[in-house]
Design a protein around this ligand. Structure first.
Ligand code: NAP
Length: 315
């Protein structure tokens, strides 16, 4: 692409389900669009073991579903730019600018679909042992824990689903949660309760991850008895929620108090011509199906916005 030679109707930042879905709707509205992603396209579900709540598929591996999404958009004229790291953005000007290490994209509209990343526990040893026993991706690293002991932290869908996935490899999985109630879907909770390899460690918080070159044990505090104990573990998988990938946009679009991008029901942000979709926005539900739905709405709204802008110029 020639530098500055082209103005896209829409540049979509993030190639997960939300971004890919918005690209499809932009393409069907005959808009010139580009998808820019720091990595390969596919997004977070690429690392999900199995998805069973995406309508039309009884069960499908995350990477297979992402592959289907990408194959689908390949039927349309959408430019794809994987492995482009954003350096700087100007979202406020009428023509938006996105600078990556190698390129500059110009666009009439931008859809932010950069998703969210795993929150850190923030305890001693966590950062030190990343890749040496601490992992945020059971699908990527689970197989390294064959016949070993692992600990999953959290009480949401991610923690419980990934704990179940890890039982395929590990001989024992501790599920450590700070309360005695889980927020994961009931059906997933039941599977966890029925799984003999999973031992629940409730009302407990991880205080430290201890190791010697790699993780050996964790220290946990029982918040009821106020006593600490150490648990031998070879791996720690924190799944304690998400934080939005907004570092390049935070000063330009309005965020909610948790840092997610505020949108209205048309996916419009506080900045004209800028939309946000999927896990990065203040959505009540973070699922593949809702991300895809956000993308569809944003694609249609971008098309309307561009028509309105054209009409305003003609008048
Ligand atoms: P989540 O639903 O926000 O759950 C985070 C869990 O971590 C909560 O149980 C929370 O405890 C706990 N937690 C938060 N901060 C903690 C801390 N500092 N120390 C210890 N524990 C902490 O996050 P998620 O499970 O990653 O899911 C994110 C979103 O993706 C959710 O909307 C979820 O439904 C969705 N998701 C859906 C699927 C699916 O549908 N198949 C799969 C994965 C994720 P409390 O409960 O006490 O707050």
């Amino acid at each position: 692409m020639d530098k500055k030679s082209k103005i896209f109707d829409c540049v979509i930042l993030g190639g997960g389900p939300a971004g890919l879905s918005s690209a499809l709707y932009c393409a069907r509205a005959n808009l010139k669009s580009a998808i820019v992603d720091i990595s390969t396209l596919g997004g977070t579900p690429f690392n999900y073991c199995e998805i069973e709540n995406y309508l039309g598929f009884d069960k499908i591996e995350g990477d297979k579903l992402c592959e289907k999404f990408e194959n689908h958009i390949d039927n349309f004229d959408i430019e794809k730019f994987p492995f482009e790291e954003i350096e700087e953005v100007d979202l406020v000007s009428p023509i938006k600018k996105i600078k990556t290490l190698d390129r500059e994209f110009l666009a009439k509209t931008v859809i932010i679909a950069t998703g969210a990343k795993a929150k850190k526990l923030g305890v001693k040893g966590e950062l030190e042992y990343i890749g040496k026993g601490v992992s945020y991706c059971a699908v990527c690293d689970g197989a390294f824990y064959k016949d070993k002991i692992v600990s999953v932290v959290g009480g949401g869908n991610s923690a419980l689903e990934e704990a179940l996935y890890l039982t395929r490899f590990a001989k024992k999985v501790y599920l450590i949660h700070r309360r005695d109630k889980f927020r994961a879907d009931e059906i997933v909770q039941k599977r966890v309760f029925d799984n003999k390899k999973i031992e629940l460690v409730l009302n407990s918080v991880v205080e430290e991850i201890i190791g010697d070159k790699k993780v050996i044990e964790i220290r946990i505090l029982d918040s009821l008895s106020n006593k600490t104990k150490n648990i031998k573990t070879d791996g720690v998988f924190p799944y304690i929620g998400l934080e939005p990938n907004v570092e390049h946009f935070a000063s330009q679009v309005e965020l909610d108090k948790l840092g997610f991008i505020k949108t209205d029901c048309s996916m419009k942000t506080s900045v004209q011509g800028v939309f946000a979709i999927g896990d990065v926005r203040n959505t009540p539900l973070r699922q593949v199906i809702t991300a895809v739905s956000d993308g569809a709405i944003a694609g249609v709204e971008v098309a309307k916005y561009i028509i309105n802008q054209k009409e305003a110029v003609v008048k």
